[in-house]
Design a protein around this ligand. Structure first.
Ligand code: ARG
Length: 470
C-alpha cells in the first residue's frame, strides 16, 4: 500500500488535506480490495447499461470495459498499486481507470454512488462465496455418507448426559451429523436467494435523474430482482448478518462434531484414531498426539459467533440511509467466510481417513449395560408393567456391576431371580446386535434403516445439486 499525493475524487469541496491518521483510520482498501473482481464486474454492467440508455457512447463504454479488464489483469498479476489515500477499492479502481483511459473513465460513476456500488459488490461477492462454501459442505456430507456406509453395522454406545444409554450404530451417528449439515445447506441457500437482489440505481440514497434501466443491469449481473426501495437498498446489511447467523450455526454444528472427536480420540475413550496428518505433538510430553484440527474448529466457532454479535450491534442504531458504520461489515464478513470455508475443507479432508475402532466401540457399549432398556421392554412384552420391569432390570444391572459382568453374561437362573417371566430367549434381546436390529423403523438405528437413510441422503444431495444448477 503506497501513499502518493493523489487528488481524492471528492476533493472539490475541501480546502484542507485529510489528517494523515484520519486518512489511514477511515480507509478500507486494506481489506475491501477483496471485492475488486466483483467491483469490476458491477462497473462493467453499470457502464453497459449507461450505453444502452444513451448516457455513454459505444466508444466510451468500450474504453471503460477494456480499461477495467486490463485493471483486473494488473490485480491478478500483483502489479496494481493500491493507494490508502484513495480510501477504498472503488476509488482505487476508478482512479486507475481514468489514469489509463482518460475522460471516459471519469464518466463511469454517472448515475451511481459508492453507496449502491458497495452494496452491489458485497452481494455479488457473497453470492459467489456461498457457492464455494456449499461445494465444501457437499464434500463433507459425501465423506460422512461414505463413512456411514462403511460403519453401518458398527456397534457403539449411544449417549445421553454423556452416560452410556443404548447401543447405536456408528453409521447412524454419522447420519445425525449429515442431517445437521443438510439444514445448514438449506439456510445458506435461503440466504443466497434473499440476497440476490440488485441495489444499483439507488445511487446515494434517493435514486438518480438519469434514465437508467435497472432491470437490464440486474439481468447482466444475474440478480433475480431489483431492490424495490432505494433507501433500503443502500443501507441494510441484513444479508451479511443473515449469512453470519447461518455460518454461526454451521460452526456450532462443526464444534459439536469436534467435541465428540476430541473425546473419542482421547485414550480414555479410544473410539477413533485421527491420522497423524491432522494432529500435532507436544514439545514436552513425547507420548502426546493432539487432535488440533477438531480443537481449532471448536475454537474458531467463537470468533464467528463474535462476528455475528458485532454485525448485529453495528446495524442496530443506524438511521436511514447509508452510514459509514457499514464499512465495518467487511472484516467480520470476510473472516466468517474464510473460517467456515476453511473449517469445512479440513473436515472434508479428515473424515475419509478417520480410523474407527470398532472393537473398542463395541466393548464400551457392552460394559455400559446398553441393552438394559431392551431387557425392560422384554419384560413388558411378557405382561410386566413398565415401572416394575424398570426396577427389576435395575437390580440385574446392580448384580452385573458388583460381579463385573454385562447382562448377557448373567445366567438364566440369575436373571429369573429378578423376574420369573424370563426364558432363555432373553439372550436374543441382550445382545448388542439384537438391540440395534430391533430399532427397525424410519429414522432408527438398525443397520437396515441406516442403509436406507444413506440411499435417501444421496438422493437429496443430488436433488440439491440439480436445484442449484438451474
Ligand atoms: N468503503 C465504503 C463502505 O465500505 C464504501 C461506501 C462509502 N460511501 C460513502 N459515501 N462514504 O461502506
Amino acid at each position: 500500500m503506497v501513499s502518493t499525493p493523489v487528488n481524492k475524487p471528492w476533493a472539490g469541496r475541501f480546502s484542507a488535506p485529510t489528517d494523515a491518521f484520519v486518512e489511514a483510520f477511515t480507509a478500507s482498501v486494506g481489506f475491501d480490495y477483496r471485492l475488486a473482481y466483483h467491483d469490476i464486474r458491477g462497473s462493467i454492467a453499470h457502464a453497459r447499461m449507461l450505453m444502452q440508455v444513451g448516457v455513454l457512447t459505444a466508444a466510451e463504454f468500450s474504453a471503460i470495459e477494456q480499461g477495467l479488464i486490463e485493471i483486473r489483469t494488473e490485480i491478478d498479476q500483483g502489479t496494481f498499486q493500491w493507494e490508502t489515500r484513495l480510501e477504498d477499492v472503488h476509488m482505487n479502481i476508478e482512479a486507475r481507470l481514468t489514469e489509463r483511459i482518460g475522460m471516459a473513465g471519469k464518466k463511469l460513476h454517472t448515475g451511481r454512488s459508492r453507496n449502491d456500488q458497495v452494496a452491489t459488490d458485497v452481494r455479488l461477492w457473497l453470492r459467489d462465496e456461498i457457492d464455494t462454501i456449499l461445494a465444501e459442505l457437499t464434500r463433507l456430507q459425501e465423506a460422512l455418507l461414505i463413512l456411514a456406509e462403511r460403519e453401518a453395522d458398527t456397534i457403539m454406545p449411544g449417549f445421553t448426559h454423556l452416560q452410556i444409554a443404548q447401543p447405536i450404530t456408528f453409521g447412524h451417528h454419522m447420519l445425525a451429523w449429515f442431517e445437521m449439515l443438510q439444514r445448514d445447506r438449506g439456510r445458506l441457500h435461503d440466504c443466497q436467494v434473499r440476497l440476490n437482489v440488485l441495489p444499483l440505481g439507488a445511487a446515494a440514497l434517493a435514486g438518480t435523474s438519469y434514465p437508467i434501466d435497472r432491470a437490464y443491469t440486474a439481468q447482466l449481473l444475474g440478480f433475480a430482482a431489483v431492490a424495490e426501495n432505494s433507501l433500503d437498498a443502500v443501507s441494510d446489511r441484513d444479508f451479511v448478518i443473515e449469512f453470519t447467523a447461518c455460518a454461526a450455526l454451521l460452526m456450532t454444528h462443526l464444534s459439536r462434531f469436534s467435541e465428540e472427536l476430541v473425546l473419542w480420540a482421547s485414550p480414555a475413550f479410544d473410539f477413533v484414531d485421527i491420522p497423524d496428518a491432522f494432529c500435532t505433538g507436544s514439545s514436552i510430553m513425547p507420548q502426546k498426539k493432539n487432535p488440533d484440527v477438531p480443537e481449532l474448529v471448536r475454537g474458531k466457532t467463537g470468533r464467528v459467533n463474535g462476528h455475528l454479535v458485532a454485525l448485529l450491534t453495528l446495524m442496530k442504531a443506524q438511521p436511514l440511509a447509508y452510514n459509514k458504520d457499514n464499512q465495518e461489515d467487511k472484516e467480520p464478513l470476510f473472516d466468517t467466510a474464510d473460517t467456515v470455508r476453511g473449517s469445512l475443507r479440513v473436515y472434508a479432508d479428515m473424515m475419509p481417513v478417520l480410523r474407527v475402532k470398532g472393537d473398542h466401540l463395541r466393548e464400551a457399549a457392552r460394559q455400559g449395560f446398553a441393552t438394559a432398556t431392551d431387557l425392560a421392554d422384554y419384560l413388558v412384552r411378557r405382561g410386566i408393567p413398565f415401572r416394575d420391569a424398570h426396577e427389576a432390570v435395575g437390580r440385574a444391572v446392580r448384580l452385573g456391576l458388583e460381579t463385573k459382568r454385562d447382562l448377557a453374561q448373567l445366567s438364566l437362573e440369575e436373571l429369573r431371580g429378578f423376574s420369573s417371566v424370563i426364558e432363555d430367549d432373553v439372550y436374543e434381546v441382550l445382545t448388542l446386535e439384537g438391540s440395534v436390529a430391533a430399532r427397525d423403523h424410519f429414522g432408527g438405528t438398525a443397520p437396515r434403516q441406516v442403509r436406507a437413510a444413506i440411499a435417501r441422503a444421496r438422493e437429496r444431495l443430488l436433488h440439491n445439486a440439480m436445484a442449484n444448477a438451474t
